[in-house]
Design a protein around this ligand. Structure first.
Ligand SMILES: [Zn+2]
Length: 74
C-alpha cells in the first residue's frame, strides 16, 4: 500500500498513513477527526510533472525547509 501524507486545515497538523487507493480520499484527521483533510503528494515515488494539488500551505518551517538561504529561494 502506498504511503500518503495528509494535511488537516482544522488543527493544522500533518500525518502520514498507509492507505489503500480506494480509501485514499476517505480519510479523517487522526487528531480532530475532521473530514477536511487534504492529501499531499505521496512521500514515495511522487510522479514527475504531476502537480496535482501542490498548493498546500507549508509555512510552518519557513517554506522550503532549507533553514534559511542555502537553497537560494529566499
Ligand atoms: Zn485535524
Amino acid at each position: 500500500m502506498p504511503l500518503y501524507e495528509y494535511y488537516c486545515p482544522d488543527c493544522k497538523s500533518k500525518f502520514e498513513l498507509l492507505v489503500n487507493h480506494k480509501h485514499a480520499d476517505d480519510i479523517v484527521c487522526m487528531k480532530c477527526h475532521s473530514e477536511k483533510v487534504r492529501r499531499l503528494l505521496s512521500v514515495f515515488a511522487a510522479p514527475r510533472g504531476n502537480s496535482e494539488d501542490y498548493s498546500f500551505d507549508d509555512s510552518s518551517d519557513g517554506g522550503c525547509g532549507c533553514g534559511g538561504g542555502s537553497c537560494g529561494c529566499h
